[in-house]
Each structure stands twice: as C-alpha cells, then as structure tokens.
Design a protein around this ligand. Structure first.
Ligand code: IVH
Length: 690
C-alpha cells in the first residue's frame, strides 16, 4: 500500500471506528461484534505504525494517555458554569413553573414546554472543539475557572476526538461511571490493596483529575453532553434541537429525555415513565433536570447568582413528617416583603427538630389549602429550610389563614399593601425600622461587607435608638460614640471594635459593595460579573437596561431591575453617601480575587468535623483552591485535624504552612460559603456564623 492509499484507508477506518463508538456507547446499539471492532482498530494501529507521519491527535488510537507536565493548569471559562437549583418535591417543581410564569408575565394557564433529562451524577466538564477537532476540556472548578483536563478527556472512550462535521463549538456535560463500572473499578482497587472510592461521583472526579492520563485511560469513564453554548451560532432554537444537533455530530447525549407541554405533563412523566425507567438505567440518577425548551425564554429569564432561572433539578424526595400547624407568623425582609412562616409543633425530621417551616407566599397557602390546627406534612430533603408540603389531616377547629391576615405592620404600624411577585403582603414604609435593620444586617453580613458585631440584633437596636436611619449611617456612627457607649449591654471595648470593623469594611472590593447594596436579583456572583463588565458605579449609572443585558447571565428583566434601582432617588443618595465615606465604587485589581483558598494548593490530613475529606475538597475548590492528595514542596497549606497522618510530619519537615481547625475557622469567616445549600449550612455553623 502506498502512502496515498494508506491515508485514504486511515481516514475511512477512523470514521468507521468513531461511528461504532457512537453506536456502542451512545445508542447502545452496536452493529458489529467486539471482535470485528477489534479488527478495525488493529488495522488502524498497524497502518499508523507503518506511516507514523499520518498519526494525528484526533485519531481514536490516541486514547491511551501519558504523563502530564506537573499539574493541571487553570482554565478560565469563556462562559461561567452555573449549577442548578433543586426542587425536592413535585410541589416545588410546580412552584418553579409558577415562578417562571410570573417572571415572564404569562397567564398561569398557558402551558410552557419543558425538556426533561436525567440528572447525571458525576463531574461537570466544558469541552471545546475547533473545526471539528477536540481542542480543550476543563472541569467546572468554581464555575469561573476550572482545571485543564484535555489530556485526560482524550482518553475517555465515548468522547469523539473528531466530530462528523468541521464545526467549532463549546459543549458541556458530565463525566461519570455506570454503576457496574464503578463496582468494577472498586473491585480492582480492593485487589490491588488501594483505598476504595466512596461513591461513583468521587471515583469519576478522581479518575479524571489524574496527572498520569494512562490511569484515566484505564478507567471506563463515560460522558454525556447536555449543553450547547451559543446555540444561535448553530442555528438551533430549543434544547431538544441542541441535543439533536449534538447527536448529529456524534457527541453522546443521555437517553430518557422527553419534551413535555406544561408542568403537569412533566409531573406525570416524572411519576410514571421516568420513575420506572430510571431503575433500568445503567447510570445512577437521583432525579431529573427540567429545562425550558425555548432558548428565547432562557435569554429573558437569565440567571441568579448561582443558577439559571430557566431550569431546575428535580430530586426524588426523602425525609418527611406530619405535625400540627400551630400558627402562622410573618417575617419582614429587607425589601419590605412579609413571608409567611408556619409555626409547628416541634417534630423530628431526618434527625433534626423542626419548629418552623416556610410557606413561601400567599398563593402557596391557598394552593396547599392549609389552615391553623391542621396536621400538615413537612419535608426536609437536602435543603436547609423545611417546608410544608400539604395537609395530612384537617383539624376540627381549623382557622383559615388568608381571612385573618394582618392589616398593619407590627413594627411601624403602616397599613400593609400587596405585592405580586411573588404574591405577598408588604410594608410600604421605606423608613420602617425593621426593614432598615434587615438592610443593615444584610449589608454587614459576612458574604457582603463583613462588619463583625453588626448582626440583626444590634442593627435592630441601633435603628430603634435612632442611631441608624439608613444603611449609609453606618459610616457616621462614630459621631455618636457617647450615645453608643451609653447603650445598655454595649461595652466601650465592643464599640471600639465595631468602629474598627466599620473602618476595615471600607476596603472591601467593589463587587462586595455592589452585592451589599441589595439590588433585587443581584447576588454575589452577578455582582462580581457586573464589576468585570463595568469600570465603576458611574458607568453603571450611565448605562441603559440593554447594557446590563450584555453581561453574561443577566436577562432583560434583571437588567431593568438594576437600571431602575440605580435611578431611584433614595438609592442614589445612599450610594453617594457611601462613596463619600470612602467605599470602593470602582473595580480595582483586588476585586477579582476569590476566596481564602484561592490559588492555593491545599492538602488535608485527619478529621476536621463537621466535614468529610470529600467535603473539604469541595469547599477548597469552591473557594478557588486546588485540593491535593499528597504533601510536597509545592503544597501551600496543610489542614490538619484530629488524628493526623504522616502528612503532618512531612509538611513540618518541608516547611509547608499548617492550620488546625481553629485557625481555619477564623480564616474562613470572611469567605463565601460553598455552593451547595446543605454544605453551606454546616459551613456557617463551622465558622460560627448565625
Ligand atoms: S444543565 C446552567 N443538565 O448538575 C446549568 N446539568 O446541580 C447547567 N447535571 O453543575 C447545568 N445532569 O454538573 C444540566 N442534564 C443535566 C445535568 C446537569 C447533571 C449537573 C451539572 C450541574 C449540576 C447542578
């Protein structure tokens, strides 16, 4: 065979092999036997051996791996990688649908079309193909920046190194193990005397983030893609269309997806077909992801700080209990909204005593049909705040809630009004002391300006005493030193500490200041992205709603909210006063730095409760650090808990910084909590935040 013939045959073989990979891994419908496949593969390897100059990196034979330089390099994501909000019950799923309707100002009866897909439990990755060739793969990392795992991903069998067309695109998906393969991997490790992986998800993460990719290559990892970035560039308008496009390109996508018209159809799909089929799936799934099908709606809805508003992860429910609804109170928030809270006869759910649960809003009360005196079903499943799911048994002398709503604000006496979005009572008084106290406490919270000693209680007190009438008054508190010291329960020393904290808060970066302002719908991450887009507050004030919508993740509706907030007279006066006080209103270099672990290589030894090792890993990574399993010269920090191993001695020998649980607690106080709600709750407890 001459070189030309070989070149032609090699091309044929490669595309044949990729096609059979797709048939085997994605369609689960192989057309040839394993022996026939091996024959094709062998023919290709032999030709490539004979004509080594014809070997290209996109050949299926190149999935064998080798060592990576020293460490996984950091990769900044072109588009941030978000996570998903969870719905822990069908009720919450319906709530999500109602929320979407409200946000889009659609009639509740108008059915929306949803794409329902299995929720994969592995490691999220982002992949780039250039002109049809796999070019770059990265882990999610903290959502903004991940690790370069291109070389590792090249070894993942079902992932094509070349697409069926020469297109350039970014796709996202999940790398995982099937249950059977996970069991096999652990069996092999057991035989080899290696520590076992605690679950399939950790195994996938551990296998992908290897410095020697022959290890990755030896593990039967799978991948399914579920997101096509910039779909408009590829002429697709819906999620279903995007998935079809991916399959055309021979990118693997998950089975068991369905299009449903209206949330009730989603519910029945999840209760019947999906529930039944999920048992049969080769991979473990604890739920489904429900996404609006139309991309035009994705644009309109945008994202919250952490997750898209157009999609939700539905998790099959867990802990539930029945107890009596003793009363309903209303909690006033910093925006003036009163949220109904169920006061329950204490009951234990999943090992925790629950006394209160959220009722969300007035529509929810009506939908649930609950009344005081009823026995109600309460669930707690992963989320921190328990919620009332429905009536278990009607009480004999039940009292309706909606007919006995309060009429006046208990703090300022103002006549309460109604708000639509969501439907709730509201105190319209912008000078209401409780609203101001809540705003102050939010402004001073750890995730915002972090002013220690200015929590809800003290804030309320200072507002009552007339020392704070607005958030900006925090920075003129010094003028009231005598009055502060005279306050009962406030020692001279704590007043001085408070002043020092307030002074220190002036150095917080612009992103935090922006978040602390409490602009509706602008969470910490959105604030950070705004500061990457706008040089300072003046540029933001001069901007039109459209300019905000240019920022990735901000939809038209939030863009309008930001614009309106910045053009409200009172807000502007507050901003000016804060600026005069010396707060940062322009993006400086320090504004972009991440959390405490940012950029650090961190190793863990021993137990540091209440987190497991894997959870520490998640926390370290969420705060921008790198979790490493062994101490070396390049390790920046060793977290040493109870019963530390030999790593401690090694760190001391190498002069690596060591922190114990107490030091860690202090250091983490100013950090942002990890993303998962469940983890965040325990994290707050750990750092001693209330
Ligand atoms: S879409 C913009 N679809 O779940 C949000 N995510 O809990 C993009 N996940 O970080 C996510 N299956 O790693 C999407 N069918 C699916 C998924 C899925 C699993 C993961 C993903 C995400 C996490 C959020």
């Amino acid at each position: 065979m001459n070189r030309e013939q070989a070149k032609k045959r090699i091309a044929e073989l490669r595309s044949e092999i990729e096609r059979h990979n797709f048939l085997y891994y994605t369609l689960d419908a192989p057309e040839i036997s394993d022996a026939e496949y091996d024959r094709l593969y062998r023919e290709l390897t032999e030709l490539e051996r004979e004509f080594p100059e014809l070997v290209t990196p996109d050949s299926p034979t190149q999935k064998v791996g080798g060592p990576i330089a020293r460490e996984l390099a950091a990769v900044r994501h072109e588009f941030p990688m978000y996570s998903l909000d969870n719905a822990f019950s069908l009720g919450e799923l319906r709530e999500f649908d109602a929320r979407v309707h409200r946000f889009l100002k659609l009639d509740a009866a108008e059915p929306l079309e949803y794409h329902v897909e299995p929720k994969l439990d592995g490691l999220a990755v982002s992949l780039k193909y250039e002109d049809g060739v796999f070019a770059l793969g990265a882990t999610r990392g903290d959502g903004m920046e991940g690790e370069d795992v291109t070389a590792n991903l090249r070894t993942v069998k079902p992932l094509p190194l070349r697409l069926t067309q020469d297109v350039s695109l970014t796709v996202r998906g999940e790398v995982f193990f099937t249950e059977r393969d996970f069991a096999l991997v652990n069996e092999q490790r057991k035989e080899a005397g290696e520590p076992l992986f605690s679950n399939a998800r950790n195994a996938a993460a551990g296998s992908l983030r290897q410095l020697d990719t022959t290890v990755t290559a030896s593990r039967p990892l799978r991948i399914y893609l579920y997101t096509l970035e910039e779909p408009e560039r590829h002429g697709v308008k819906t999620q279903a269309g995007a998935m079809e496009r991916l399959r055309e390109l021979h990118l693997p996508t998950a089975p068991l997806s369905a299009l449903c018209r209206g949330v009730e159809m989603v519910v029945s799909y999840l209760e019947s077909d999906f529930a039944a089929a999920r048992e049969e799936l080769a991979f473990a799934t604890d739920g489904a992801v429900v996404k609006l099908n139309e991309f035009a709606l994705w644009e309109k809805l945008g994202f919250t700080a952490k997750s898209p508003r157009f999609a939700i992860a539905y998790k099959y429910a867990s802990a539930e209990a029945v107890t009596e609804l003793e009363g309903v109170t209303f909690q006033l928030s910093r925006t003036g909204t009163l949220t109904p809270v169920a006061e329950l006869k204490p009951v234990e759910i999943g090992g925790v005593t629950v006394k209160r649960a959220t009722l969300h809003n007035l529509d929810e009360i009506e939908r649930l049909g609950v009344a005081i005196g009823d026995r109600v079903r309460v669930i707690r499943a992963g989320e921190v705040i328990p919620k009332v799911e429905g009536v278990a048994e009607r009480g004999e002398n039940r009292r309706e809630i909606l007919t006995e709503l309060p009429t006046h604000c208990e703090y300022c006496g103002s006549r309460l009004t109604r708000r639509d979005d969501p439907p709730n009572l509201a105190c319209p008084n912008r000078e209401c002391p409780e609203v101001i106290a809540q705003q102050v406490a939010f402004f001073a919270a750890r995730g915002a300006m972090r002013i220690e000693g200015l929590g809800e209680k003290i804030a309320r007190r200072l507002v009552q005493e007339g020392l704070l009438k607005d958030v900006a008054d925090i920075y003129t508190l010094r003028e009231h030193e005598q009055e502060l010291v005279a306050l009962e329960g406030l020692a001279e020393i704590s007043v001085q500490n408070l002043f020092a904290e307030i002074e220190a808060s002036k150095r917080r970066p612009f992103a935090r200041v922006l978040f602390a302002l409490g602009i509706p719908q602008v969470g910490a991450q959105t604030a950070r992205m705004l500061t990457e887009h706008f040089a300072g507050i003046d540029e933001m004030i001069a901007a039109k709603p459209d300019d905000f919508a240019q920022v990735y993740g901000i939809g038209e509706i939030v863009a309008r909210e930001i614009h309106d907030f910045l053009h409200d007279e009172r807000n502007r006066a507050r901003i000016e006063r804060l600026r005069e006080a010396g707060l940062q209103f322009a993006a400086g270099t320090e504004a972009q730095t991440g959390g405490f672990f940012s950029g650090k290589k961190v190793c863990v030894t021993g137990r540091i409760e209440p987190f497991t090792r894997d959870e520490w890993k998640e926390i370290i990574e969420a705060s921008g650090g790198y979790f490493v399993t062994a101490v070396s010269k390049s390790t920046d920090l060793l977290l040493a808990g109870e019963e530390p191993g030999s790593k401690l001695a090694k760190a001391e020998k190498l002069g690596v910084e060591v922190m114990d649980a107490n030091a860690l607690r202090e250091a983490l106080k100013s950090d942002v909590p990890p993303e998962s709600e469940e983890l965040a709750a325990r994290w707050r407890e750990f750092v001693g935040e209330d």
